[in-house]
Design a protein around this ligand. Structure first.
Ligand SMILES: *[C@@H]1O[C@H](CO)[C@@H](O)[C@H](O)[C@H]1NC(C)=O
Length: 141
């Protein structure tokens, strides 16, 4: 179960945002919430994933794991990032981003717009949100 940490928070790529001054307390609290939600989603057979398969997939080293999309949607719904109907809750996401970065500049706003765009299905949208989170998260120890 711990490996989900690696999936969503440890394997962060360095980005321009990595240099930004961030609120580590807020970032770590958000990270812990994602981990907790992933554990919760693993308790339901309909949204549980094989963590090893998911890890390989996220490292572009294997096929999408069974339930991967359902797992992602379960996490984002539990976080309040997506509503029951699958639509993106942009105000909630913007608040989270503000808590971490202190403010939302033009570049961060651009990332929010890209990351919260609705995809073909709620599951696709959820996977995009989590991918964006990994991609744009600050790199901290
Ligand atoms: C950082 O975030 C925490 C939790 O949201 C908050 O309590 C604290 O006041 C924030 N610190 C700063 C410097 O903004």
């Amino acid at each position: 179960m711990k490996s989900i940490v690696a999936l969503f928070v440890c394997a962060l790529t360095a980005t321009a945002l990595a240099d930004a001054e961030i609120n580590e307390t807020a970032f770590k609290a958000g990270r812990d919430r994602i981990m907790a939600m992933s554990r919760t989603c693993d308790e339901n057979p309909a949204t549980a994933v094989d963590q090893k398969a998911l890890k390989k997939y996220l490292q572009s080293n294997g096929p999408a794991p069974a339930n991967g999309a359902a797992h992602a949607l379960c996490i984002t719904k539990n976080l309040g990032w997506q509503n029951e109907d699958g639509s993106v809750n942009k105000p909630v996401i913007t608040e989270k981003v503000k808590a971490i970065f202190g403010s939302v500049d033009a570049k961060v706003q651009q990332y929010i717009e890209e990351c919260t765009e609705a995809k073909a299905t709620p599951e696709d949208t959820a996977e995009q949100l989590l991918k964006c989170y990994r991609k744009h998260s600050p790199k901290i120890e």
